[in-house]
Design a protein around this ligand. Structure first.
Ligand code: F6P
Length: 548
């Protein structure tokens, strides 16, 4: 069933939310905490290894109740069922959206064009498992008979960000293979990586859903030329594998048929790490851990599908995002993981969230007259505390933030972990409470400063507080829990797209730049010039003068 087009701003619930917003917009959360000793429990969801405390948000029970009404009016329940059952909800590309099928059990039955897709997913999983085991245990060898030591993933966007983030996040579980990622068409990127590699012991995985992406094909060609300086054409079959939907193009490139891992058009690039696109993950942490990741993800899928909305983590998270984006007019959201392992998490989410929901057209083709896609950014704590937290605490912008932390230190370094977690907790308290003028005055009385200097300093030291945060406190950073966390954001994206009445699964917005770059490239290497604005013309000429 196609998704209906329902303008959220025309619903009764939206109007009620507007009224409710005007009533509570100036309230301070600290007052709500004082009035209701049960507030933290009321707004905490305990599920599996997750403890999600969203009480430090500018909401009351009425906010959630009104969002529940909104969910009903936009038919969220029906949309979730269309999503999981394989309806072509990516309507503009006429595709199903079934990354969830990649983690469904073997006994599931999910149909696309009358074909149950589960068997072919499991054939590919078996292929990933066998291939991984052979490389990791050294049975498969390079062209000179040596076992592999290095893996290089060549891909960009969804064919890079997901695997790269997960390999980094799970580095505690890593085996002996060194894993590298080459994405940018910047030749300095590929050359920097190649200089560390020995062609005899390196395996290259070319990942491209379409196998037409300029960056990936340029890098793959450069690497093939580099490789052929040592190995011959036959050696390519031992060292190059590919993941793609475009089997013919992969074969044309010279990858042998046995070395092709399939992908399907019902998996969007930015949601593809669960497919063979995650081969570098499986190679890096072993197939068992890759399976663990998928199992965790499947658990979150079940939670999202069956949990009532009031205790459904992705649904509540989506409500909060829309509350700030559309009512408080917040411009961005921060993601702050308190673990260095999730260093790339915000970057990964930027593609998942912004490529999905950065849209201006409703599902009926009309332009939206409200804000959609959130701007996502972030860095791990505590580093970020010493970088941009000043603005979170005292800047003019309201920036809701997700704080993600883990109870256990993987290396058991508890002394450090206590400090890390103290910061994790204290920052959300500071953002909530702030520091009043009275508190600042009392502090300054104890200082040795003269009275009028104290008075001058006071306004600069006041923190308004009332800055919203949601805390995701998770037992331990395991493959399973990472899977749950990523899937939580995937489903949050879905819910936001449904409420905003947009199509979340196409990405036409990245096409125009690609087309123009192709035509500029032609001009750079010829004497022909196309018509451009004067700025673009000057830039092309400036480069041509330097390059020639
Ligand atoms: O940036 C646009 C995009 O199409 C992404 O959606 C995708 O993840 C990326 O390019 C890479 O595409 P491909 O896997 O086809 O090379």
């Amino acid at each position: 069933m196609a998704l209906k087009s329902i303008d959220p701003t025309k619903t009764k619930a939206w109007k009620k939310l507007e009224k409710h917003f005007n009533e509570i917009k100036n309230a301070h959360m600290t007052q709500w905490f004082e009035e209701d000793s049960n507030r933290a429990n009321r707004f905490t969801i305990k599920w599996d290894d997750f403890f999600v405390d969203y009480s430090k948000n500018r909401i009351t029970q009425s906010t959630i109740d009104l969002f529940l009404e909104l969910a009903q009016e936009v038919e969220l329940k029906q949309a979730i069922s269309s999503y999981f059952s394989g309806d072509k909800i990516n309507q503009t590309e006429q595709r199903a959206v079934l990354h969830t099928a990649l983690r469904a059990p073997k006994t599931a039955q999910i149909f696309v064009d009358d074909e149950n897709i589960i068997p072919k997913i499991y054939v590919t999983k078996k292929k990933i498992e066998t291939f991984t085991n052979n490389i990791v245990n050294g049975e498969s060898k390079g062209f000179t008979g040596k076992p592999f030591t290095d893996i290089v993933n060549i891909g960009i966007g969804g064919s890079d960000l997901g695997p790269s983030m997960v390999v980094d996040a799970l580095s505690f579980y890593k085996n002996h293979l060194a894993t590298h990622f080459i994405s940018n068409v910047d030749g300095d990127h590929v050359n920097e990586v190649l200089k560390k590699l020995n062609p005899e012991t390196t395996l290259f995985i070319i990942v491209s859903k379409t196998f037409t992406t300029q960056e990936t094909l340029s890098n793959a060609n450069t690497i093939r030329q580099w490789f052929l300086q040592s190995g011959n054409k036959d050696a390519i079959s031992k060292h190059f594998v590919a993941v793609s939907t475009n089997i013919e193009k992969v074969k044309d490139f010279g990858v042998s048929e046995d070395n092709i891992f399939p992908m399907w058009d019902w998996v969007g690039g930015r949601f593809s790490l669960w497919s063979a696109v995650g081969l570098s993950i499986s190679l890096s942490v072993g197939y068992k851990n890759f399976e663990g990741l998928l199992e965790g993800t499947y658990k979150m899928d079940k939670h999202f599908k069956s949990e009532p909305f009031q205790s459904n983590i992705p649904v509540i998270s989506a409500f909060l995002s829309i509350w700030y984006n559309n009512f408080f007019k917040a411009e961005s959201e921060a993601i702050i993981p308190y673990t260095q392992y999730l260093n790339q998490f915000a970057t990964y989410l930027q593609q998942a969230i912004m490529e999905s929901n950065g849209k201006t057209v409703m599902r009926n083709g009309d332009k939206v007259n409200y804000q959609t896609g959130n701007i996502i950014w972030g860095e791990p704590g505590t580093n970020s505390q010493h970088a941009f937290f000043q603005l979170l605490h005292q800047g003019t912008k309201l920036i809701p933030a997700d704080f993600i932390g883990f109870k256990e230190s993987l290396h058991g370094n508890n002394e450090h972990h206590d400090k890390l977690i103290s910061n994790f907790i204290a920052q959300t308290e500071a953002l909530l409470k702030g520091k009043s003028k009275e508190e600042v005055d009392n502090e300054l009385i104890d200082s040795k400063l003269p009275k009028d200097a104290q008075k001058t300093l006071t306004p600069f030291k006041v923190f308004e507080g009332n800055r919203p945060t949601t805390t995701f406190f998770i037992d331990k950073l395991t493959p399973e829990n990472l899977g749950k966390l990523i899937a939580m954001y995937e489903h949050k994206i879905f819910v936001q797209g449904i409420i905003w009445n947009i199509y979340s699964y196409d990405q036409f917005g990245v096409e125009l730049g690609k087309q123009l770059a192709t035509s500029v490239l032609k001009e750079i290497s010829s004497t022909k010039t196309n018509s451009h604005d004067s700025s673009t013309k000057n830039l092309i000429n400036h480069y041509k003068n330097i390059a020639k």
